[in-house]
Design a protein around this ligand. Structure first.
Ligand code: PSU
Ligand code: MN
Length: 301
């Protein structure tokens, strides 16, 4: 049920650096046509920084590792694509559906294809109120067990960040700040949560990945790369939008897998599109770093 594009097969066979990219961000994270434009820009940024992009999504029940530009375009336009996490994979395969892969599902497929580094915007986490709702993203469980490094801009403040950090610690997931000692919270550089480890350069990340794999310490690594200051949102503006979006989610009785897409979309509307601009910039920033890490890691393998 997996098709690795020829371009990616060749790259992997030649030990060239490959970077995996998810597709939920395309179909459930941004509106058309910005989603497609961004996906292609992200791929271009990865190429400019010395690596090969492999966007991952599921078309008619077949997981594509390294979607073509036409496939990305079709994906970005299509309505009704399933949001696919670990539990959904056998269903979309079995019923031959289209599926957009979350961080969890993209990690699984990247691992199966032999890709170590994966770039995204934000990772899922423990939702606020999880003490009652049990809503904890399957992304965290995947980070606990699947050997892939995820480069993101931290976790969004729609989540309960302290609980997310506790969960990652319990599960043995290294969380590394990139040139920061504070967990970035996606739209801004600051969450008030300290990180114990800060990386100075991509080579250090590659060394840590190498040691984790060499010592058979199973599981993922989370690298938190803060949004560039000039693209960060105003803290009060984004905090207000998040509170309002969470309130609307309650009122409209949105829950489960619809929560994250609902919150993202509502925050874009409430900020008049500003949060979308920040979102795009932070993904591009992560693409640059992810490519550099993949490049350094390919030298150590
Ligand atoms: N966070 C973002 N943007 C996103 C997502 C999360 O800032 O697009 C997407 C990712 O695909 C992530 C998923 O894996 O939402 C998490 O959903 P859930 O909380 O239902 O596991
Ligand atoms: Mn959930």
């Amino acid at each position: 049920m997996i098709k690795i594009s020829e371009r990616i097969q060749k790259a992997l066979a030649n030990n060239q650096p490959v970077v995996a990219l998810e597709s939920t961000i395309i179909s459930h994270g941004m509106p058309y046509p910005k989603n497609v434009e961004t996906a292609l820009k992200v791929e271009q940024t990865i190429i400019e920084n010395g690596a090969i992009p492999a966007t991952i999504g599921i078309i008619d029940g077949v997981a594509i590792i390294g979607m073509s530009h036409d496939e990305i375009e079709a994906f970005g336009k299509r309505k009704g694509i399933k949001k696919v996490s670990r539990r959904d994979l056998p269903i979309v395969y079995g019923l031959k559906l289209w599926g957009a892969t979350t961080v969890a599902a993209t990690m699984i497929l990247a691992r199966q294809a032999g890709i170590e580094v994966f770039v995204t915007g934000g990772c899922g986490g423990v939702h606020r109120g999880a003490q009652q709702t049990f809503d904890i993203s399957a992304d965290l469980e995947e980070l606990a067990k699947t050997d892939v490094t995820v480069v993101c801009a931290g976790c969004k403040a729609i989540l309960d960040l302290p609980l997310t950090m506790e969960y990652l610690e319990t599960k043995g997931v290294p969380v590394l700040g990139y040139q920061t000692n504070e967990l970035p919270d996606f739209y801004t550089r600051h969450s008030g949560i300290s990180l114990e480890y800060s990386l100075d350069n991509p080579k250090q990340a590659a060394q840590i990945i190498h040691e984790k794999r060499a010592n058979k310490l199973d599981g993922g690594i989370l690298i938190a790369n803060p949004i560039l200051e000039q693209y960060a949102m105003d803290q009060k503006v984004i905090d207000d939008a998040i509170s309002k979006a969470l309130q609307m989610m309650k009122e409209q009785n949105v829950f489960g897998k619809d929560s994250t897409p609902f919150l993202l979309k509502t925050i874009v509307e409430l900020t008049g599109g500003d949060s979308l601009d920040s979102n795009i910039e932070l993904v591009l920033n992560n693409a640059k770093l992810g490519a550099q890490i993949a490049f350094e890691y390919s030298k150590l393998k």
